[in-house]
Write a protein that binds this ligand. Structure first.
Ligand SMILES: [Zn+2]
Length: 156
């Protein structure tokens, strides 16, 4: 789950956009009206992600971006710092076969339920579930993170 990002500076807090890291609010008052927010941060270490106006428009995210950010989330990678213009960017992180399977199921579902995603990625509209699964396998072959073998679960 994406969480809010704070920076502390001389007792003042700044709230950053969880996507682009732009400062949304500065001078968060620890003792005033922001106390509850601060308590929540201290208690859980996290609150729900906050976005700046530019980023707070999920509609502008392409489906590929949604899929990619999910890939990042599953391996704890920072969506904004993975440079996909770099060759072999997908070799920078690893996931276990279990996580890879979770992702593959999620993405198959995503494609299957969202004809607009099919259209964006494959120029199609009525993909069957098995066609979606196949497409995801191809996607993973090209862009999946490296798969790490986990000896603990291998022999179960
Ligand atoms: Zn932003």
């Amino acid at each position: 789950m994406k969480t809010a990002i704070y920076k502390y500076n001389n007792g003042n807090g700044a709230l950053l956009c969880s996507r682009c890291r732009v400062i949304i609010r500065e001078g968060i008052d620890f003792t005033g009206k922001d106390t509850e927010l601060m308590m929540e941060i201290l208690r859980n270490g996290k609150v729900e992600a906050q976005y700046c106006e530019d980023c707070d428009t999920p509609k502008s995210l392409t489906h590929l971006e949604v899929i990619f950010s999910t890939m990042c989330m599953l391996v704890g990678a920072d969506y904004n710092s993975v440079d996909r213009t770099k060759e072999d960017w997908y070799l920078e992180y690893e996931w276990t076969p279990e996580i890879e399977k979770q992702f593959s199921e999620w993405m198959s579902d995503y494609l299957h339920k969202l004809p607009k995603a099919q259209l964006e990625l494959y120029g199609r509209r009525y993909m069957r579930k098995d066609e979606c699964r196949e497409a995801v396998q191809m996607f993973l072959l090209s862009y999946g993170w490296k798969t790490k073998t986990n000896w603990r679960t291998e022999n179960v």
